[in-house]
Design a protein around this ligand. Structure first.
Ligand code: HEM
Ligand SMILES: Cc1cc2nc3c(=O)[nH]c(=O)nc-3n(C[C@H](O)[C@H](O)[C@H](O)COP(=O)(O)O)c2cc1C
Length: 453
């Protein structure tokens, strides 16, 4: 028979010698676990004698509960449990609101800021040092102008395209992001549900708060270890392996550190960083481990884009990204790298797919990146804000807003398909002037008011 414990009794076991916690209404004696806990002894001790569900839930995949089975003691007294649950429910009801009334991605971030925990907000919002790269990621799109064409029949305008051969409804993908369950219990699987509804691709983080099997469970993390790759190779719903290379060390994210009592969520996620990766050895190893196409995320210079293209037998794409400004502050926004590639090694666009992410606030931003040669555009924080503001519906709202804005922008430009978007639809003079102190290269097709007629 299940043993029942009142909250007052659990509360007495609140130290290293006897440490009990409540998880999902059950009582666990985790005294033996403290010293071997991957998240550190203090993480558990801070919650000793208390309900640890809220702290535990976003960080551990469901299978952790199996590891905890031997420590199960019984259940929390139902009266105490219902007290805790009603407190949780009233906190949650503040979160519901009509996400469909939110008109743009800034509104969604604002709504999420109001309802998210300080810790979730700090983790999502934070970027390295002085946030120069984070802010420039968005600002750079503002200094690219669009060149609308008129009297074009755009009745059949569509934003459908393909993503390494897989058909998608929008040229937008959800970029990998750790800890989606910090923002909402629906987590990465909730983002997947919204992506499924919109026919949009999602990249799953290696440090997601749910396992890859949970996330793709309804589809039509430890290190990128051999074990994980073997699991992923078996999942048909996972179409490609993305290797993130822009974070050899964790960026200095002060908003995260300030709002989390244990020094920042980023620092507590499992140690997934390997500082010894190299082009030749890591890609050689990866080519033996998987038949799935490989995409390298975090390219920030044309030199590295060129190198990646030399491995095109394995590397099918690159994502120009500075990790949403979360790694090296003052690293360039993807738009600068796109322009560099156009200038110094445009052949890269022919050899591999080039995608970008960082700073997307509007459908016009997406369209501008596509005009400059990107095949797809990633959003990182926006789906996390959507999830925090309104769960799956919030993420769907993000995708709906972008979809509408992309469609309208294409109609204004007089284009009917994504493939028609080109350099002649944008004027990049301001950015090029800032980068090279000169007007754009007039030999390039389009790109500015002096383009050939
Ligand atoms: C207080 C109740 C908690 C319990 C009972 C608990 C239990 C566990 C267990 C059993 C594992 C190992 C899972 C496995 O090997 O399959 C684990 C992993 C981990 N825990 Fe906790 N934990 C607790 C709280 C926390 C907190 C508050 C944090 C962070 C602040 C944290 C961070 C981690 C991390 C980072 C891992 C490694 C996850 C991974 O490798 O994927 N834990 N925890
Ligand atoms: C909270 C958060 C967690 C992230 N976690 C990862 C990750 O685990 N792996 C990764 O490659 N990129 C990660 N990123 C970076 C995103 O994939 C993406 O490059 C970036 O967020 C894009 O910028 P944006 O947020 O301005 O759209 C994370 C970003 C955020 C905001």
């Amino acid at each position: 028979m299940d043993k029942v414990f009142p909250l007052a009794e659990v509360a007495q076991h609140n130290n290293q010698d006897s440490c009990w916690v409540i998880l999902y209404g059950k009582v666990y004696d985790v005294t033996q676990l403290i010293d071997n806990h991957p998240g550190g002894a203090q993480a558990i001790l801070n919650l000793a004698g208390k309900d640890a569900t809220e702290e535990f839930d976003p960080i551990h995949p469901r299978e952790t509960m199996e590891a905890l089975q031997p420590s199960l003691m019984g259940s929390l007294d139902p009266a105490d449990r219902s007290q805790i649950m009603s407190e949780e429910a009233s906190a949650k009801s503040m979160k519901s609101g009509n996400v469909n009334a939110l008109l743009n991605l800034d509104d969604i971030e604002q709504a999420a800021t109001e309802v998210a925990s300080k810790k979730a907000w700090g983790y999502y919002y934070s970027a390295a040092d002085d946030k120069i790269s984070k802010n420039l990621n968005s600002a750079v799109y503002r200094s690219i102008l669009l060149r609308p064409r008129v009297f074009v029949d755009v009745a059949d305008c569509t934003a459908r395209t393909s993503f390494l051969g897989h058909k998608v409804n929008l040229p937008v993908f959800v970029a990998p992001a750790a800890q989606a369950r910090l923002g909402h219990p629906a987590g990465e699987a909730g983002i997947a549900a919204a992506c499924r509804a919109f026919g949009v691709a999602q990249i799953i983080s290696n440090v997601a708060s749910q396992s890859p099997e949970e996330i793709v469970a309804d589809a039509a993390p430890d290190q990128v270890s051999e074990k994980m790759l073997q699991r992923i190779n078996k999942l048909d719903a996972i179409k490609m392996i993305i290797i993130t290379v822009d974070t050899p060390v964790l960026g200095n994210r002060e908003d995260d550190q300030r709002r989390d009592i244990q020094g920042g969520v980023g620092r507590k996620t499992p140690n997934f960083i390997d500082t010894s990766v190299t082009w030749r050895e890591t890609l050689g190893w990866l080519s033996k481990m998987t038949d799935k196409p490989v995409v390298i995320k975090g390219i920030q210079t044309y030199e590295d884009a060129l190198l990646a293209a030399q491995y095109s037998y394995l590397v099918k794409g690159i994502i120009l990204s500075n990790h949403g400004g979360r790694s090296l502050d003052t690293a360039p926004p993807a738009v600068h790298t796109l322009l560099e590639i156009r200038r110094y090694c445009p052949q890269v666009f022919q050899k591999i797919d080039v995608w970008v992410d960082g700073g997307i606030r509007r459908g016009t931003d997406v369209v501008k990146a596509l005009c400059l040669g990107a095949k797809a555009v990633g959003i990182g924080r926006a789906p996390l804000w959507g999830l925090s503001a309104g769960g799956v519906q919030g993420v769907e709202r993000v995708l709906q807003i972008l979809s509408d804005e992309i469609h309208n922008c294409m109609c204004f430009l007089g284009v009917k398909t994504i493939d028609e978007l080109s350099l002649k639809h944008v004027n990049t003079s301001m950015v090029e002037h800032q980068l090279y102190n000169e007007s754009p290269d007039l030999d390039m097709e389009g790109s500015g008011s002096k383009a050939k007629l």
